[in-house]
Design a protein around this ligand. Structure first.
Ligand code: FER
Length: 302
């Protein structure tokens, strides 16, 4: 009974967070051609854009639903207790094992930000249609600092350090926590990482930097924290062998395209399979990020 109450409370907490809508992320600066329009354009061949079907992000009547929780884990990286949002697939069954997608938020957000992109609805629909395998989606707080509240001086050094340090929290604390408390596979072929903007940069940095941990890597509108291609991919042959998916999307009207296109150009030059879709008229927002999740989730763990 206690467990049931706890879960209900958490589901309500998550629903409340998402109901606050766009303003919830802690104040995202405008990111269209304007504010970050200064980046150099790189000529690359984009992969084909195929629109997501109508209703992919709307609740479907009569299908099984997954469950949302907010839980806490202790981090030795920050020496604090940290919150994480977790999506369990429909009919989550501890006699089975599931793969895990780590899904990271942007610079102004926290563990609740992805709720603006209704990941639970997108995943319920994909799983009901057999387009994605049942998986657990883990949405952490990507700022590994003592005060990890959304907002603050998001472009300050301490925050940048906190975003970089999340690599340690993820690998040393969060992944072990998930593997101890949920019924999951623990090999790299059953672990994926993707994120939006700052979290896209983190996903490319941490995913390609830890190919023994993540075989599937995605970056949606990745931010300038994305490392240079030669840093991301120091060993071309190893990357070809170990990475199973490198997938990116960015809006055509997003001033941050270069972080994705320079990696795509490097991959194309070196024969590394890599996808970059340019979302038509896409800006720096959840229209693009929901599309990212919808597509990425169908390509992983297969
Ligand atoms: C920057 C511009 C944008 C930057 C980060 C961002 C680290 C991230 C934006 C987001 O997460 O929405 O110069 O530098």
């Amino acid at each position: 009974m206690r467990k049931v109450l706890f879960t209900i409370a958490m589901v309500l907490a998550v629903a409340g967070a998402s109901a606050q809508g766009q303003g919830q992320g802690g104040g995202r600066p405008p990111m269209g051609g304007g504010m970050f329009g200064g980046q150099q354009q790189i000529d690359v061949k984009f992969d084909e854009y195929v629109a997501a079907p109508q209703g992919y992000d709307r609740e479907t009547a009569g299908i099984e639903r997954g469950e949302l929780q907010v839980v806490e884990y202790f981090s030795t990286t920050t020496d604090t207790t940290r919150k994480v949002t977790i999506y369990l697939p429909p009919k989550y069954d501890t006699s089975k094992k599931y793969p895990v997608l780590y899904l990271l938020h942007g610079i102004g957000g926290d563990h609740r930000e992805w709720m603006q992109g209704v990941p639970n609805i997108i995943m319920d629909n994909l799983i009901a249609q057999n387009k994605a395998v049942p998986m657990i989606v883990v949405m952490p707080n990507g700022r590994a600092i003592k005060n990890d509240a959304a907002g603050g001086n998001i472009y300050g050094m301490e925050m940048q350090q906190g975003f970089a340090n999340f690599e340690r929290d993820l690998i040393d604390n969060l992944i072990p926590f998930i593997e101890k408390n949920y019924s999951v596979y623990t090999d790299k072929n059953n672990r994926a990482i993707a994120g939006l903007s700052m979290g896209g940069g983190q996903s490319l940095n941490f995913g390609l930097g830890n190919m023994d941990k993540f075989a599937f890597v995605g970056g949606f509108s990745s931010a300038p924290n994305t490392r240079q291609p030669v840093q991301l991919i120091p060993d071309i042959e190893k990357t070809k062998q170990e990475n199973k998916l490198l997938w990116m999307v960015c809006g055509s009207r997003d001033g941050l395209m270069q972080n994705s296109s320079r990696l795509k150009a490097f991959c194309d030059e070196n024969g590394i399979p890599c996808t970059l879709i340019q979302y038509p008229e896409g800006q720096h927002d959840f229209v693009v990020w929901k599309y990212g999740l919808y597509n990425f989730a169908q390509l992983i763990f297969k």
